[in-house]
Design a protein around this ligand. Structure first.
Ligand SMILES: CC(C)(COP(=O)(O)OP(=O)(O)OC[C@H]1O[C@@H](n2cnc3c(N)ncnc32)[C@H](O)[C@@H]1OP(=O)(O)O)[C@@H](O)C(=O)NCCC(=O)NCCS
Length: 199
């Protein structure tokens, strides 16, 4: 465990998705999703710069993710369709990341190009906000995105996150402006949101 921190959740379910840690057996499906979506992801996702990867590379990465998770580090999830015709298909990827300091988790997400515009990013971020705030010691969840990534920014806004501010940062993906917007949901705001019935 990382500094005695406990493991982040292994599995989170939403109405339409199962979010679970990528497993080595998912490497071919992850590969297919990334290959199909590569030009959709390239503008905003820094790790696309490493493409093309092989299936074996992806399996090795998944193994690294799992080791890090077991040590109390980040949780990197596949988002899989639940039920219906697409059952088990890769809808995207997401994660809870410990990179924002003690007491906080950052949510990251990407959605397969064939599944965008159906509310999946909003749905998975809602579920991960609740799951993250249920982790002992975690009292704030953040979503960060480049100012130019307007679609990504609609997710925290829709979920009732508070805009915290804009910070200059090195550009790490081709379409970025270099200004990061930070949104935050505190545990107190989450409870308030539940009490006032916002959905
Ligand atoms: C950003 C991304 C994850 C959004 O995924 P998604 O599942 O399509 O998002 P949702 O369907 O939940 O929609 C979120 C909001 O964006 C809007 N939206 C979705 N696709 C859109 C599009 N192509 N153009 C304009 N608005 C769009 C939705 O209407 C919704 O806004 P609303 O809540 O005000 O109605 C997806 O576009 C993606 O994978 N982008 C590339 C990777 C990326 O940018 N990741 C985030 C890095 S910070």
């Amino acid at each position: 465990m990382l500094g005695g921190m406990e493991c982040l959740p292994e599995l989170v379910e939403t109405p339409r998705l199962t979010l679970r840690l990528w497993a080595p057996k998912d490497a071919p499906a992850l590969h297919a999703a990334v290959v199909t979506s590569v030009e959709h992801l390239r503008p905003w996702i820094p790790w696309i710069a490493n493409e093309p990867l092989t299936i074996a590379d992806r399996e090795a990465l998944i193994t690294e993710f799992r080791h890090a998770w077991l040590d109390g580090g980040d949780a990197v999830y596949g988002a899989f369709a639940r039920g219906g015709e697409d059952d088990g298909e890769v809808v995207g990827g997401t994660g809870l990341h410990r990179r924002i300091g003690a007491g906080g988790l950052e949510i990251g997400y990407w959605v397969h190009v064939d599944h965008v515009g159906q509310g999946y990013a909003t749905e998975l971020a809602l579920a991960l906000t609740g799951a993250g705030l249920a982790v002992p010691g975690v009292h704030r969840i953040e979503i960060h995105h480049d100012q130019a990534n307007v679609v990504s920014g609609r997710v925290p806004k829709r979920l009732g996150y508070t805009f915290v501010g804009a910070t200059d940062r090195e550009r790490v993906a081709p379409a970025e402006s270099g200004v990061t917007w930070t949104w935050r949901m505190t545990a107190a705001d989450w409870v308030r949101r539940a009490v006032t019935g916002q959905r």
